[in-house]
Design a protein around this ligand. Sequence first.
Ligand code: FMN
Length: 330
Amino acid sequence: MIDLSTNYLGLKLKNPIVAASSGLTGSLEGLLSMEKHGAGAVVIKSIFEEEILLQAELEVQEAEKDPMIYSGHSEILDYIDLHIKEDKLKDYLKLIRDARKNLSIPVIASINCISSEDWTHFTRKMEEAGADALELNIFLNPADFKNKEFEKAYFKIIKKVLDNVKIPVAIKISKYFTRLGLSVKALSESGVAGIVLFNRFYTPDIDIEKIAITSANMFSTPEEQYETLRWTAIMSEKIDCDLAASTGIHKGEDVVKMILAGANVTQLASTLYKNGPDQISRILKKVEKWMTEKGFDSLDQFRGMIARMYGEDPAAFERMQFMKNFSEIN
Ligand SMILES: Cc1cc2nc3c(=O)[nH]c(=O)nc-3n(C[C@H](O)[C@H](O)[C@H](O)COP(=O)(O)O)c2cc1C
């Protein structure tokens, strides 16, 4: 009997397939569909820090035009500001509550954030609404020339959120760090329960006929999995918190590879858009088939097998692989 169960963020999941935060997980209907097709957990579509703040700003501007509402007292504006932010959140909290009531798998709420401003107290409400865990998609853009604090900002955000909630917190990060390995290690020691490697940024393309910027692929391709695979293998034996592998995971084979690299779970979005939510059950079948063929009956029997080959010094290991593979090519 094959056991696909895995632990992630202190939660027991029946299998390592997590429906990643996306439009597919932005409604109760979508979340139920993920569960129906076999997902081990779901991450609800993110609420965006900017979205909340922008909406509040616009409404305050409107309010300022109305003498009935705006009498010049900053407390009134503060009240409206806070009230609107909470209104925006109300829908999100309802989705968490509905999801928790109607799904039996873990429900992870998500915030896409860029600062440690006054959104962090909302996390407690998410916890109260029943989220089993929280994922912070810390979306700091290395193209931001104003942000001199870049890496410090991660720790500030994490600390503020951890001060607010007791549920496990995972962070979803990009690969744009100076000394990525040391940064991921330091983040893993900040009190988070897990790290999601990696987020995917908007990437531009250029239409040379129109001489205009267009959007490159909205969805990932399987080729994008290799950076995730590499860093999962490098980090999984070096950190104490859990790892979720994300980006470019499209098939059962990819899931097997990520577990061999040491991931606790995999997060999927693009393949579910491209192939429909039924792709989850196809992937699970493939993982089971591979495990049967190899004689494994639990994920722990092969989790991290490849990561352990990296040994104490991943850089030296990779240099050796590089020399072995490239030195004979003329
Ligand atoms: C249409 C779409 C919407 C997404 N929305 C979110 C979001 O709200 N929050 C988030 O953290 N990630 C979001 N993502 C990113 C995914 O969660 C995932 O990290 C990324 O797509 C890489 O995984 P994939 O290769 O399986 O697509 C979105 C992705 C897509 C394609």
